[in-house]
Design a protein around this ligand. Structure first.
Ligand SMILES: C[S@@+](CC[C@H](N)C(=O)[O-])C[C@H]1O[C@@H](n2cnc3c(N)ncnc32)[C@H](O)[C@@H]1O
Length: 297
């Protein structure tokens, strides 16, 4: 997007694999873990309470070695973002009633586990990620290798889907859950990626594309430096607001010939006590959750 390219005020995030150097590698598990997530983890994993913190740190350490995303280091996966989403109850009801759901760039698939914890069957759950080691970390972290019946696929979403195992899912999915994935791309590539992903949905009214990602009022381009092993291989990400989201989906509609109902909101996580600024530029930039529900009309 030419306009975004010209924007002043781009933020540059230095990405490093060294936890001691990464400004987003948090060491305080208790500060990150919400009471509701703690309760869910204790019940879902049946891990003894006195082992919970070390269990979480082990998952964080392993996941950060796989790919040093800021969300991995800051443990946002501890508190499933799907619970904050305005469409959560709708998604849960659909999946409980047998709808299929695909988690894009699922990492350890904490949001699918939350749905399972809340009573959804896992048989029709799918997740894909570039880094299959995340699937194992997920099984070990949630201790559900024998009980979670969903399928995980190693996929590079940058490839043509016909060359990946997603080809079998084209036109077959009821609900797409896309968290902190599309924002890894710049504005134009977000249109391209959304246009590819939406074709995985059943092309009929009511199919839902549900998103949750970092946003920013007025939009913000974030450049990644030193991104070495970052999975997406992109070094420009774009954090958008609701207006830009709607523009993106207008383009997706033109490219796919599908009509969408687009609802979105930019939640300032400070207002619900889920983000604290510490004066750094990084903390000013993060802390906005763009959530949206795109429904095929
Ligand atoms: C920022 S993390 C978000 C993970 C998870 N969805 C969440 O909300 O916590 C982005 C995820 O996308 C995956 N990813 C990045 N590029 C990808 C690609 N080209 N194809 C598939 N997955 C990719 C990464 O491996 C990583 O697990």
């Amino acid at each position: 997007m030419a306009e975004a390219d010209k924007k002043d005020g781009d933020f540059v995030l230095h990405v490093t694999e060294n936890p001691d150097e990464a400004i987003y590698f948090y060491k305080e598990v208790d500060a990150a873990l919400q009471p509701r997530s703690r309760d869910m983890l204790l019940k879902y994993t049946a891990i003894p309470e006195d082992r919970l913190v070390s269990h979480i740190k082990e998952a964080q350490r392993r996941a950060f070695k796989v790919a040093p995303y800021s969300s991995v280091g800051s443990m946002t996966w501890l508190n499933p973002m799907i619970l904050l989403h305005f469409a959560y109850e709708k998604v849960l009801e659909r999946v409980k009633n047998g709808a299929s759901i695909l988690d894009c760039g699922c990492m350890i698939a904490q949001d699918l586990r939350q749905l399972a914890f809340d009573g959804a069957p896992t048989d029709h759950m799918y997740g894909f990620d570039l880094e299959p080691e995340f699937f194992d970390i997920g099984y070990d972290f949630f201790r559900d290798r024998q009980t979670f019946r969903g399928s995980f696929m190693k996929v590079d979403a940058g490839q043509d889907f016909s060359e990946t195992s997603l080809t079998d899912l084209v036109g077959k999915i009821d609900v797409i859950w896309c968290a902190k994935f599309i924002h890894l791309y710049d504005y134009d590539d977000q249109i391209a990626m959304a246009s590819k992903l939406v074709r995985l949905l059943k092309p009929r009214p009511g199919s839902m594309f549900v998103g949750s990602q970092n946003g920013f009022p007025g939009g913000k381009q974030m450049k990644l430096s030193g991104a070495g092993s970052m999975g997406s291989k992109t070094n420009t990400t774009f954090l958008c607001d609701v207006h830009q989201l709607k523009e993106i989906w207008k383009e997706v509609s033109k490219r796919t010939g599908l009509d969408f109902d687009v609802e979105g909101t930019l939640l300032n996580l400070r207002t619900i006590g889920r983000h604290k600024d510490n004066g750094s530029e990084y903390h000013k930039v993060i802390g906005y959750n763009l959530q949206y529900l795109i429904t095929i009309k």
